[in-house]
Design a protein around this ligand. Sequence first.
Ligand code: HEC
Ligand code: HEC
Length: 430
Amino acid sequence: MKYPFLVGLLALVTAATRLPEAPSAFDGVSNGLVDSTTHQTDQSRFDEVEGVDDGLGPLYNAQSCRECHQNPVSGATSQITELRVGHRAGGRFENPSIPIARGTVVIAGRSLVNDRAICPSAQFSNTEIQERVPLTETIMTTRVSLGLLGDGFVEAVADETLINVARRQPAQSGGKIRGQALYVPVVEAPGETRIGRFGWKDQHASLLSFSADAYLNEMGITSRLQPDEVTALCNTAQEPNNRPESDGLEDIDHFTRFIRAAKAPPRDAVLAETASAMRGSQIFDAVGCAICHVRTLTTAPAGTKINGGMFTIPAALGGKAFHPFSDYLLHNVGTGDGIVQSFQEHYGRRAYSVGWRNLSAGDFYNTADKIRTAPLWGVRMQTRLMHDGLSLTFRDAILRHRREANDVTLRFENLSSGQQEELFQFLRSL
Ligand code: HEC
Ligand code: HEC
């Protein structure tokens, strides 16, 4: 029983070492998935500033994807945070009920609180829809923007790969660390689920599902996958706001292809070659950071069908090795914000009527105090660290790691100040 398993594992490891590297650069050029004209067209949709006529709002956070995903190039990250709140009832997290329009309408079914609204305006001078946090909400956090560069490779990782990483962790950590792999709905394939890997809470497995979620919840723009507005007040645009163009694609399809075609964030080539960063890299492994911040993952072979059969991994993304410094699993490192991702917000109102394979409410509730291991590729561009953006230095971010990461943090604290500086130098090179 054990022997063939080991042979299989060995074959996998040898295959992994031979896999070509995913391309990495901040050059805005396609990773090979599409030609450069197509990539520029897709990026122009991602960069486009939407207005009320395009369906912006009624409630929203920003007018373009790029507003929050731009440092140093479109598709990367930013300092922008958004607001999530809720409370506990019957021992469980519950979404807020947010009264708008002087209490005549209540926004429910989401933990997100939108920071902006399209009215009152000239056309609706008497309609007040701005959301504010009600006094009833005792749980609140900010969540900082995430980078999307390289996420096409992350999407192309097989579920089994992530499950195997989780299985290895207890043995690597004296039983302390075991990431949670969470099955989440693939919105474009009703009934199908996949291991979540995107968002601070692993709320999505598919970049198309995430793009439709972001278009609705960040910008208020409905699409075929998220057809229901958060509120009808002040809404004048045609529904769904996002429709196919002459090429047959909606904006959400362009966003998705733009992200899938993006190269991974590159290292700082100069710092990466310094002796101190190289020693820091060894320290990173030696103290156990790499148990969660996994250096290398590999994508499934080209031709593999993923996302409930809705996407076939192309040659540009299949069979590649890449270095995200994350296991994409959920962990309790003592920083949890107590929030369980809202089903309606992320998968749509209609998702309730679908019978989802492998979906477990218990597994969802179990995520309240867990956060996905933050991928560290490109972290040198991030000024505000951790999910809430409240850690401003690498030292502070590391010292906040407790619970599952406690032994690792103690080993960090026992390093000499010179060794700690080498570890920071390594992080500055990522
Ligand atoms: C107001 C800021 C803002 C806007 C606008 C915005 N995003 Fe985001 N984005 C975020 C934040 C914050 C997160 C992390 C959300 C979370 O998990 O709670 C995120 C996460 C993501 C992720 C997951 C990345 C990962 O690696 O886990 C994707 C994909 C994404 N956004 C795509 C988009 C697209 C496409 C648009 C435009 C339709 C968009 N975003 C607009 C702030 C924004
Ligand atoms: C048990 C798993 C685990 C271990 C071990 C671990 N981390 Fe983390 N790391 C996480 C999680 C989960 C987060 C996100 C926490 C949050 O946002 O609240 C994180 C976040 C971070 C961040 C913030 C990144 C960002 O973009 O905001 C840095 C930097 C970081 N870790 C470095 C390290 C270093 C260095 C070590 C070793 C000393 C380490 N981590 C060990 C799981 C781990």
